[in-house]
Design a protein around this ligand. Structure first.
Ligand code: PLP
Length: 333
């Protein structure tokens, strides 16, 4: 276990990446504010370059490399958004990037990474299979691994989102953060707990294969079967040898909320038809948690809308209310 990431790390990341990322808007939601009886705001990382907050951590990681590491090139396993972000950040800096993905990753995400000029390797049916390929490339070809969440520079980069929230809404009482491997939740919670000590930070995951939630319950990182879900960017394990995010989520989060596939679909639909925002499943879970009355709001609430990269046809089916295979499936999709 390594030392947790703190406010100084996040401030340094903010300076380092400032000119490479968007400072995304934080806007009020009239509809959710009325519904909750307290002001509710959306932090729109679906407007971030590459379509998700992952550019923050990836850019911080690339800009933190020494010249030796830059020469070797980068490799990662990713469900899509981290790979896409790393591909973009590496290309801007003229560094080679190899992205390893499982066959469950949607085609639109694979194409997006290729279009950014990165090499894509499709391996196996899970994040763990893709991770084995990363380790092989590190061992045999000397590439530098940049993992999607359990990495100091990644967590500090994602934490810059928390700093922006604290700057824009110093009155925030509750922050809802999508939770998978916990890089986002760890970084945001570290920033929020330093800047706004009275605010609560709650993680939101899909009920189908919530690896961090099960690990927190078990008191240690555990393996969880990866299942198909509308929140595909939240899939995958947290790593049995987790160094940072398990302990940070355990120590900093005020709770975790789990959502059904139908609740997530409702969040995506609400984002589009009421807020006029195209949001992927993982990005809609904070909205969905409020719509499902799964969190008690006690004051100004900020929802991290983490990304927009959803397959277009799937988005249309959800918005039109056509039952989706992943929603109606009782077992593995
Ligand atoms: C990666 C991702 C998450 C979860 O981030 P973690 O750091 O793995 O917890 C949430 N939403 C979107 C859109 C993502 O791409």
């Amino acid at each position: 276990m390594r030392a947790a990431i703190g406010l100084d790390d996040i401030r340094q990341a903010q300076e380092r990446i400032a000119s490479s990322i968007q400072r995304t808007p934080l806007i009020p939601s009239a509809s959710l504010s009325t519904r909750c009886g307290t002001p509710v705001f959306l932090k729109l990382e679906n407007h971030q370059t590459t379509g998700s907050f992952k550019l923050r951590g990836a850019t911080n990681a690339v800009l933190s490399l020494d010249s030796e590491a830059r020469r070797h090139g980068l490799v990662t396993a990713s469900t899509g958004n981290h790979g896409r972000a790393l591909a973009h950040a590496a290309k801007v800096e003229g560094v080679r990037a190899v992205i390893c993905m499982s066959a469950l990753v949607p085609a639109n995400k694979v194409e997006a990474v290729r279009a950014l000029g990165a090499e894509v390797r499709i391996v196996g049916r899970s994040q763990d299979d893709a991770q084995d390929e990363v380790e092989r490339l590190v061992r045999e070809e000397g590439l530098i691994a940049v993992p999607p969440f359990d990495h100091a520079a990644i967590i500090a980069g994602q934490g810059t989102l928390g700093l922006e929230i604290a700057e824009d809404r110093p009155d925030a009482e509750l922050i809802l953060v999508p939770l998978s491997g916990g890089g986002l939740a760890s970084g945001v919670a570290a920033a929020i707990k330093s800047k706004l000590p009275g605010a609560r930070v709650i993680g939101v995951s899909m009920a189908r294969g919530a690896a961090m939630d099960e690990s927190l319950r078990a008191g240690k990182p555990v393996l969880v079967e990866e299942l198909e879900t509308l929140a595909d960017s939240l899939g995958g394990g947290i790593g049995l040898a987790n160094q940072y995010t398990f302990a940070m989520c355990r120590d900093l989060l005020d709770g975790v909320v789990l959502l059904s596939e139908e609740e997530i679909a409702h969040g995506i639909r609400h984002a589009f038809s009421v807020e006029d925002e195209t949001v992927e499943g993982a990005g809609a879970v904070g909205i969905a948690a409020l719509l499902a009355n799964k969190v008690e709001t006690r004051g100004p609430t900020v929802i991290v809308v983490s990304g927009r990269n959803i397959d277009e046809a799937q988005h249309r089916r959800i918005v039109d209310g056509t039952p989706d295979r992943a929603i109606s499936a009782g077992g593995r999709g």
